[in-house]
Write a protein that binds this ligand. Structure first.
Ligand code: C5P
Ligand code: MG
Length: 238
């Protein structure tokens, strides 16, 4: 089991944190598309009990991340953690950050990394599973750095579901899941955010040789045929 001894600190965030020392254009994009919280002290926890197998699952809105994650869970026994689902769950609970998260999601912008990472951390710590699919995360370089800093780990593998924009828009507007952000205005912002902030993360993992690009056009089973071989090593553990 992957646990740490100390209790969870409050969800905190600092504008002055090292995640924000990016300069120039990238900084401007970050400011435009991310939400900040008032300055509080950092906790600097870096728990590591054993090494879980971590897979990040990336791709734009409606590219099929969640659908493919469900197939991976079923076939290979991973624990699926969707950052978006965890944030939506946080809105439903009486969290002090509920309304900030709701407004940020409504606008299609990015929630402060430390909030999201702490939610992921809480789920990882309470799971008996050692294999995680972290879906919709990291959404930006700042998300990525926050994860490395707080969790003290890097992904073993990164999947990127590559889908043309017009197809993603079509899927999102047709999926009828009652999501507040599945409307054309918010989708436009989400696509801009994806291009400006998520593509640099994808390129980062490509350079590290960790990225597996999946063609996200086709039936669920056709797409899973590309995904399945990547998890071959986990076949007998499901
Ligand atoms: O991945 P999903 O489409 O469910 O994410 C919905 C929204 O949740 C995003 O548009 C964004 O506002 C928020 N989110 C975030 N940071 C993440 C993942 C999701 O702020 N890492
Ligand atoms: Mg999803």
């Amino acid at each position: 089991m992957w646990r740490r001894a100390t209790s969870l600190s409050p969800l905190i965030y600092s504008f002055k944190s090292s995640f924000f020392i990016q300069q120039g254009a990238q900084q401007k994009i970050l400011e435009r598309f991310t939400t900040g919280l008032p300055l509080q002290e950092k906790d600097g926890i870096s728990p590591k009990y054993g090494a879980p197998f971590l897979t990040f699952v990336l791709g734009g809105p409606g590219c099929g991340k969640g659908t493919q994650c469900a197939k991976i869970v079923e076939t290979f026994g991973f624990k699926h953690l969707s950052a978006g689902d965890l944030l939506r769950r946080e809105i439903e609970s009486d969290s002090e950050y509920g309304s900030m998260i709701l407004n940020t999601i409504k606008e299609g912008r990015i929630v402060p990394s430390e909030v999201t990472v702490k939610l992921i951390q809480r789920e990882m710590e309470s799971s008996d599973n050692q294999k995680f699919l972290i879906d919709g995360f990291p959404r930006c370089e700042e998300n990525r750095r926050a994860f490395e800093k707080i969790i003290g780990a890097e992904p073993d593998m990164v999947l990127f579901f590559d889908c043309p924009e017009d197809e993603m828009v079509k899927r999102v507007l047709n999926r009828n899941q009652g999501r507040i952000d599945d409307n054309i205005e918010t989708v436009k912002t989400r696509l801009k955010v994806f291009e400006a902030l998520n593509l640099p993360v994808i390129n980062y993992y490509a350079k590290k040789g960790k990225l597996h690009k999946i063609n996200a056009i086709g039936s669920v089973d056709e797409i899973f045929e590309q995904v399945q071989p990547l998890f071959a090593a986990h076949k007998n553990e499901a």
